[in-house]
Design a protein. Structure first.
Length: 218
């Protein structure tokens, strides 16, 4: 019985993976956008739940109240901006950075350095500016909010993404790199979502413990 159930699960998983890879070939951007939305939903859900638990412990408030508009903003950004940019960025790196030595360790190192020097700061700035404007703020207000949140978020980025992208560029096939990033992004999205919704007037007030670390305290 257990063996047949295991075989059924393995068969379904294999079929799902084959279908996913087929969609990647046929509709790469749409498929990557869809996986980005899933990662955003999970990451934001973790962030909202962690924040709600923290508030309820300190104020005896309600245990959990889901902010669907906040989740929609994060998912919309991921689908329309984040995932397509990631798709073309990885294509650019593969085409122009040692295209004939993709399996070499130095290729992964150079791509990771470029990603962290160029894409990380640009992506973080774009994210906070876009999220603030989606909340109804003016461009000037969005810029002020982005300046407050940029430095602490970039520091948090450097704790996670350099190592994650070294693995990505060294071992993950190009077609699956966005999927790999979206798995890591579940944890990163929990941080971004919490940071994007945080209000503060100084960099110290902008410090947010990543939700995936806060879970250890629950």
């Amino acid at each position: 019985m257990a063996a047949s159930a295991r075989a059924l699960i393995m068969g379904k998983t294999s079929s799902f993976w084959a279908g996913y890879c087929d969609q990647l070939r046929k509709r790469p951007i749409l498929t990557k956008a869809a996986t980005g939305v899933v990662g955003s939903l999970i990451g934001d859900g973790v962030a909202q739940y962690s924040s709600s638990r923290s508030v309820s412990r300190s104020s005896n408030g309600p245990m959990f109240s889901y902010d669907a508009a906040r989740a929609a903003r994060l998912c919309g950004y991921s689908a329309v901006i984040g995932s397509p940019i990631g798709h073309y960025w990885f294509q650019f790196l593969d085409k122009f950075i040692f295209p004939n030595a993709m399996g070499h360790p130095m290729t992964a190192v150079v791509k990771t350095l470029l990603d962290q020097v160029i894409m990380a700061p640009a992506g973080i700035g774009l994210f906070f500016c876009a999220m603030s404007m989606l909340e109804g703020n003016s461009l000037q207000e969005a810029w002020a909010s982005t300046k407050q949140k940029f430095a602490p978020t970039l520091k948090a980025n450097y704790l996670l993404w350099p190592a994650a992208n070294l693995v990505n560029f060294a071992f993950v096939p190009p077609a699956q790199r966005i999927l790999y990033c979206n798995v890591v992004y579940i944890f990163w999205a929990s941080y971004l979502s919490a940071m994007a919704s945080k209000k503060g007037s100084s960099e110290d007030e902008m410090l947010v413990e990543p939700a995936y670390l806060a879970q250890k305290e629950l």
